[in-house]
Design a protein around this ligand. Structure first.
Ligand SMILES: [Zn+2]
Length: 344
């Protein structure tokens, strides 16, 4: 059984999860390896995984059989589990929770050898639609305070399975860095009546140098204080942070933008390792913690962050949480725009 422990000195949480130690090294099925018969995420191997929680399927196909486009299953090597008791315990002065939470795997495609830069617009749409459906369902669970949605691509990004997949972890606590971010967003709104991200978008439009692509409702830009080279943030200039409320037409618009963005990133970076994460505002008041953001969804926008993992980090970054980024975001955005315009 895993545990969520609170670090009193650093004011953050750690998940101690011994089950994660037994994860198999699926990276052996690397790109170019045709031997996918025993990959648990490939179409045809549904019986190897736990029963599916959700799937987008071709009509006439059945659960846990072939015929799916995306498939969601519980993580076999879970960091937290929904069956764990939902209680806070004290061990001396230390606070610890049994590892309650949701840990799900979204298998992005039935095909083994497909990178995100090779996805069609329809694959992006199905991916977003699947995430939307899972968030909508988990929002009904009052015990889950926050959901993290992320994808690791490549060894440098922490992937242990080469078949394209996304992870979802819902916890009874709000991770402290995320809590602090939403406190800033919330207090900015309470003080100015404006959304912090709207002010940032306005500044980015005025400057223009860091914008990569814009559509009616979305903007992709390299953040002013990017922590990594070619980091790109996609945010909506109109929609709230609730992905579960975004209509299909807007998800299609976002799918097109992601499709175009990954194409230009691949021109500049090749088949690069990256993390991608979606920001979902805290859902419910966290267990046993005095934080309550009333109507937090009105104060923030839906956003996605793509973080290429080109350079490793060392002791300074670990010690200070201050990244050293050797490439200016203005230069990265310029190169991405030039790729889009076919100037390379
Ligand atoms: Zn596979």
């Amino acid at each position: 059984m895993s545990e969520i422990r609170y670090n009193r000195l650093e004011d953050n949480y750690v998940i101690i999860a011994p089950e994660r130690l037994h994860r198999p090294d699926y990276m052996a099925w690397s790109r170019g390896d045709e031997n996918t018969h025993s990959c648990p995420f490939c179409e045809g191997n549904e019986a190897v995984t736990p029963p599916e929680i959700y799937a987008i399927r071709e009509s006439g196909s059945f659960a846990d059989e072939k015929g799916w486009l995306t498939r969601v299953i519980p993580n076999l090597f879970k960091a937290v589990q929904i069956e764990a008791p939902y209680i806070l315990k004290h061990e001396g002065a230390n606070k610890v929770w049994d590892g309650f939470g949701a840990h799900e795997i979204i298998i992005d495609s039935p095909k083994h050898l497909i990178a995100m830069s090779e996805w069609s617009q329809a694959t992006y749409f199905n991916w977003l639609k699947t995430i939307q459906t899972r968030v909508r369902d988990l929002r009904n669970d009052q015990r889950i305070a926050h959901i993290s949605i992320f994808k690791n691509h490549g060894v440098s990004a922490g992937a242990s399975q080469s078949h394209s997949h996304t992870q979802l972890i819902g916890l009874p606590i709000i991770p402290k860095n995320i809590q602090r971010k939403y406190e800033r967003i919330y207090s900015h709104y309470m003080n100015s009546g404006r959304l912090l991200i709207d002010d940032i978008i306005e500044e980015e439009r005025k400057d223009g140098r860091r914008i990569v692509i814009e559509s009616d409702s979305f903007i992709a830009f390299c953040p002013f204080a990017s922590e990594h080279p070619f980091e790109v943030m996609i945010t909506s200039s109109t929609l709230s942070s609730e992905i579960d409320k975004i209509e299909d037409l807007k998800l299609e618009e976002l799918s097109k933008l992601l499709y175009e963005l990954f194409a230009v990133m691949e021109v500049q970076l090749g088949n690069f390792d990256f993390n991608i994460s979606l920001s979902i505002a805290p859902m419910h008041k966290p267990f046993a913690v005095d934080v309550n953001f009333n109507n937090i969804n009105l104060t923030c926008r839906f956003s996605i962050r793509i973080t290429p993992r080109i350079y490793g980090h060392g002791g300074f970054e670990l010690l200070t949480s201050t990244m050293i980024n050797p490439v200016e975001p203005e230069r990265c955005a310029q190169l991405l725009r030039e790729s889009k315009e076919g100037k390379v």
